[in-house]
Design a protein around this ligand. Structure first.
Ligand code: PSU
Length: 268
């Protein structure tokens, strides 16, 4: 593992699948201008896990077409030898485990749905088994969000809502599902160590209000899957195009907002 950050203790790690494959119309400069200071990300380059900062990561976005996307199962099985790959939330959690980092940051997580390769995204077992606190926005809108939260609750993952008691969608506004506990800024310095999912929603007025876009994104994802390509980047590209880039901007803002929460977390 190449710890570009030297040997300093890393308190949280940010995933790279969204930045690498998901934010189609977002220029590198916009990411850099919104990016908070002192943030470490994880990816795989030339078969090695890299932990580095945003300027070390940005060149990888130029080659994203040729890069894979690896989840936590692939990382645990060391299936990254010889590869270049972005890491999903669970992929980043597996790396975090290796370096004793207790917190990971993402935006839209996987879950339970009818996406072929993942009736159950590895994000869920990773959450229930790795003892890591994941700061996210919501399960993605095309998934069964109530079913996903039920699975987490049945598998001893504590779900927290940041300034809310419910989860009502990722970039769309959907039906609310109850979370275990509502927390606010003042609670972040006293989160019990364990299998925790903190959901920090995108403000409702920033989200997409045309639900037909969700149907289009689902069929774009399914078409990609039938061609042997990745579902989520295709669904995200559809959202991006049909919302004139708004879907990508709000996902980038969500990731940055989740990083700001992670910075304040103290586990006890
Ligand atoms: O455009 C994208 N957005 C988000 C992701 C990632 O998708 C993962 C969930 O994917 P899956 O359902 O395949 O496990 C999340 O952890 C996130 O990292 C992605 O790959 N591409």
């Amino acid at each position: 593992m190449n710890l570009m950050d030297g040997n300093r203790i890393i308190n949280y790690l940010v995933e790279t699948a969204l930045l690498g494959h998901g934010l189609k119309s977002i220029e590198d400069d916009l990411i850099i201008s919104l990016w908070p200071e002192d943030v470490t990300l994880a990816w795989v380059e030339n078969g090695e896990i890299i932990i580095g900062n945003i300027s070390e990561f940005i060149p990888a976005r130029k080659q994203s077409k040729n890069w894979e996307r690896l989840d936590g199962m692939a990382v645990l099985k060391n299936e990254y030898k010889g590869k270049n790959a972005f890491l999903t939330a669970s992929g980043t959690m597996a790396v975090a485990r290796k370096i004793n980092c207790p917190v990971v940051v993402t935006a839209g997580i996987g879950g339970i749905g009818d996406i072929k390769s993942e009736q159950l995204s590895y994000d869920l077992p990773a959450l229930s088994e790795m003892g890591i606190t994941l700061v996210a926005t919501s399960p993605k809108d095309m998934l069964d969000i109530p079913g996903t939260l039920n699975w987490l609750h049945e598998n001893r993952v504590l779900t927290y809502g940041f300034n809310t008691g419910v989860c009502n969608g990722y970039i769309c506004v959907l039906e609310p599902s109850k979370l275990d506990k509502e927390i606010s800024n003042n609670d972040l310095d006293n989160i019990p160590l364990g299998c925790n999912l903190i959901l920090n929603p995108i403000p409702q007025e920033r989200r997409l209000n045309d639900l037909t876009l969700l149907e289009g994104a689902i069929s774009a994802g399914k078409n990609a899957e039938n061609k042997g390509e990745y579902y989520h980047p295709a669904a995200n590209a559809y959202f991006d195009k049909s919302s004139n880039g708004l879907s990508s901007i709000i996902q980038l803002e969500a990731l940055v907002s989740n990083i700001k929460i992670a910075k304040k977390i103290i586990l006890s």
